[in-house]
Design a protein around this ligand. Structure first.
Ligand code: ADP
Ligand code: ADP
Length: 232
């Protein structure tokens, strides 16, 4: 089963001499129930690919299908719904709301949509990210690792088809980073979720089932369970 099907996706920024091709005819299937890493040099198109797949941005041509829906042809209202209900996103910089508690931040995607979590699911998520004693704290009362765990919980709370994480360990020390990677792994192994993560860290890629390498807006390698030497 495929969680996101990308076909001939092309996107450029700017025009004339300043035109930059960020994605150049990318086709890839992101399978459901797997943890995929996206690696490659800075500027190779990793963030653009994630943003187009997560309905945060649109390609110029080609298609991205999530579930039965082609993001490239959806109207804005349908895109907004898909972004809220069918995908989760974790940013390198956490992006928590500073005035809300951890609990309120985690529930935010549901409160915006006027929904409640599925019975039991809030507890599953909280236990997965190990945040129960911190639920009443505001972001500035949490460590970086705890804030990122809140951000991961927020991405999981609506049980999206697919969770995208853009360098989720980029601002964390190695221990906190390992905790975040373990819980993304657990989301896949224990709860059948689908995770796609941009990373520069070969150790992070070692948590994944598959590693895609981008260069100049193209997929140049696609490895199944690579060993260490292949990602270094
Ligand atoms: P990566 O995530 O691999 O660093 P990006 O997807 O961020 O790559 O960027 C791919 C290319 O597109 C780079 O050359 C980058 O400078 C350019 N780019 C990305 N976003 C924008 C933007 N909003 N405006 C102009 N150029 C952009
Ligand atoms: P990363 O490489 O960590 O993915 P970047 O620093 O390339 O992140 O990009 C951070 C943000 O800035 C992204 O939202 C991207 O779209 C935007 N961006 C990247 N390159 C450019 C650019 N040349 N001009 C304008 N915005 C850009």
């Amino acid at each position: 089963q495929v969680a996101a099907r990308v076909r001939n996706l092309t996107k450029s920024y700017g025009s004339g001499d300043a035109r930059v091709v960020a994605l150049d005819d990318v086709s890839v299937d992101l399978e459901a129930g797997r943890f995929t890493a996206v690696m490659g040099p800075s500027g190779s198109g990793k963030s653009t690919l994630m943003h187009c797949c997560a309905a945060l941005d649109r390609g110029d041509s080609g298609s991205v299908v999530i579930g039965e829906q082609d993001l490239t042809t959806l109207k804005d209202a349908a895109l907004t719904r898909l972004r809220r209900e069918e995908v989760g996103f974790v940013f390198q910089s956490f992006n928590l709301v500073p005035t809300l508690t951890a609990r309120e931040n985690i529930l935010l995607p549901l409160s915006i949509a006027g929904r409640k979590p599925d019975p039991g699911w809030f507890d599953v998520v909280i236990d997965t990210v190990d945040l129960r004693p911190r639920l009443t704290h505001k972001p500035n009362e949490l460590s970086g690792g705890q804030q990122q765990r809140v951000a991961v919980a927020r991405a999981l709370i609506s049980r999206p088809r697919i969770v995208f994480a853009d360098e989720p360990t980029g601002n964390l020390d190695s221990r906190s980073g390992a905790e975040v990677l373990s819980l993304l792994r657990a989301a896949v192994d224990d709860h059948g979720q689908t995770v796609v993560m941009v990373t520069h860290d070969p150790l992070a890629a070692a948590y994944c089932d598959r590693v895609l390498f981008l260069a100049d807006g193209r997929v140049v390698h696609d490895l199944e369970r690579p060993d260490r030497e292949q990602v270094l």
